[in-house]
Design a protein around this ligand. Structure first.
Ligand code: NAP
Length: 475
């Protein structure tokens, strides 16, 4: 892996004399390809104190390159450095085969990505290794964009995933990545290359389930309230209130879905606790569906927070709505016409203020949960602090938001006119899950249950009576 000094041959172009640098000379690295990634990587390597030489098909006409770099033919550039970054698309790798003698013993860094998953039978890096068996191929830097490399790690992704079959080659690339300011995550041998190549193609993998749940619930509840409110009014009362679809219906559906999704964040935790109590151990794996559910709780919570935020915005515009202003004016005129003044109802005032207050507090707590789930904030918290906010304050948020909805229901629960076409109002549906979560949580807080659960979580195991009888039979 020794680097020779680049020769200033007739086929090379010197953008800036390399020999003027003070001794000891900085390490020289080679980049094949003068495209977007090649240029950004070269710039970044220069800024980090490396010397850079480019290998190009057209050394004399390859466009602007970072000042201080040198550009020459692939063969000449390959001979000059021990580490070669192949910033060329996989589809164009064939030319590398002819350079096999010059690349023997060199570290080849494969930065390539594909347009689709499983486009080729083998990973690009494995293909490169097959083309140049004498080189040591390392897959790295493919999860960074040219933009991220230009902007520096403070403004973008800080991680460089890396894999390769030679520990020495991996170490050489890791050293460079670290010097560029990245955190290196070694994924082992080159067989992990396909996994690394799939990373940039992933489209919000952890968000898929929460988004599907949100879209499914929004669609189902929207049709439910559309039938109960708009279609019911048209069919039974002959009134057209379809204009309410835009604000009133949206402002019913979003908070309902938000509350259901918030309780879906806490339901798997209580199910897991009951499962541990039932099994008498924490050392048995949870079913896959529960594992997957628990893993997407953060995303479920953030989608729920987004919907709660929409609910707040829709609520804030209520006073400026034409429909609302018209209703208030009509009611005032009616009182004047009838020469009557409605009496102030203290109970209603209490109900209204409590309803708004629990809503504001619940939303405030919800925001706090969202903020503390951000990685930068999470990293600044101790485990106990994080647990206190996400668990204790989380249940308090569920309680406040549920209580807010119960206060909204107030006397509607017992009023027969609430049950249009014998169906309950949508907000009642949203109360089922959070109420179940809170009841189950209260059961878990009972001292005898809590003691047992704590013991199980500290490693205590209840011996299975079946195991005991089996043991005695064996004895
Ligand atoms: P690009 O802008 O198209 O540059 C590719 C370079 O490859 C060209 O400038 C050319 O350089 C060389 N090349 C083109 N055709 C060739 C051929 N037939 N034979 C030999 N060399 C040829 O592409 P890029 O965006 O820099 O991407 C380069 C690699 O980095 C790809 O594998 C890509 O998947 C990967 N990558 C890119 C990014 C990104 O943000 N752009 C991020 C991660 C990974 P010369 O004319 O100098 O020979």
């Amino acid at each position: 892996m020794s680097a020779e000094k680049p020769k200033n041959t007739s086929e090379s172009v010197l953008l800036h004399p390399l020999d003027t640098a003070a001794a000891p000379e900085p390490e020289l690295l080679c980049i094949f390809g003068t495209g977007d990634l090649g240029r950004s990587l070269g710039q970044r390597l220069l800024q980090s104190g490396y010397r850079v030489v480019y290998g190009s098909r057209r050394p004399t006409s390859c466009g602007p390159l970072p000042q201080g770099t040198q550009v020459m033919s692939h063969a000449a550039a390959a001979q000059s450095a021990s580490v070669v970054f192949v910033c060329v698309h996989r589809e164009n790798y064939e030319f590398l085969e002819t350079l096999a003698p010059q690349l023997r013993g060199k570290v080849l860094v494969d930065v390539s990505n594909n347009l689709k998953k499983n486009l080729y039978p083998e990973a690009n890096a494995e293909y490169l290794q097959r083309l140049i068996p004498g080189a040591q191929v390392v897959k790295a830097f493919n999860t960074l964009s040219a933009w991220a490399l230009q902007n520096g790690p403070s403004d973008a992704n800080r991680q460089v995933f890396l894999c390769g079959n030679s520990a020495e080659a991996n170490q050489a690339v890791a050293k460079t990545a670290t010097k560029l300011g990245f955190t290196v995550l070694d994924r082992g041998s080159l067989s992990a290359a396909r996994e690394l190549e799939d990373f940039p193609l992933q489209l919000f993998p952890e968000w898929r389930l929460p988004l599907r749940v949100a879209v499914g619930l929004i669609a189902a509840l929207f049709f439910y309230v559309l039938i109960r409110d708009v279609i019911y009014a048209k069919v039974e009362l002959g009134k057209d209130i379809s204009f309410r679809i835009m604000v009133s219906l949206a402002n019913k559906v979003f908070p309902i879905v938000s509350l259901i999704m918030l309780s879906l964040c806490y339901l798997p935790g209580v199910i897991a606790a009951f499962l541990q109590l039932y099994r008498g151990t924490k050392y048995k794996r949870f079913p896959d569906w529960l594992d997957r559910w628990m893993l997407c709780r953060k995303q479920l919570g953030l989608v729920a927070l987004g919907l709660a935020f929409l609910h707040v915005l829709y609520t804030l515009i209520i006073p400026i709505r034409y429909y609302v202003k018209f209703r208030i004016a009509a009611s005032t005129v009616l009182q004047m016409k009838e020469n009557q003044t409605k009496e102030f109802n203290t109970v209603w005032a209490w109900q209204g203020d409590s309803f708004y207050s629990t809503g504001i507090l619940g939303f405030g707590m919800f925001l706090l949960l969202g903020i503390t789930s951000l990685p930068s904030v999470t990293n600044a918290l101790s485990w106990r602090e994080f647990n206190f906010i996400q668990s204790k304050l989380g249940y308090l948020t569920v309680f406040l938001c549920t209580f807010h909805t119960y206060l909204y229901g107030w006397n509607k629960f017992l009023r027969p006119s609430s049950y249009k076409w014998n169906t309950p109002p949508a907000f009642m549906l949203s109360l089922v899950l959070p109420t179940v979560v809170m009841v189950l949580k209260l059961l878990l807080l009972l001292p005898c249950v809590d003691r047992r659960l704590t013991r199980i979580r500290q490693g205590w195991e209840r011996t299975d009576p079946k195991d005991d009888s089996r043991k005695s039979l064996l004895a």
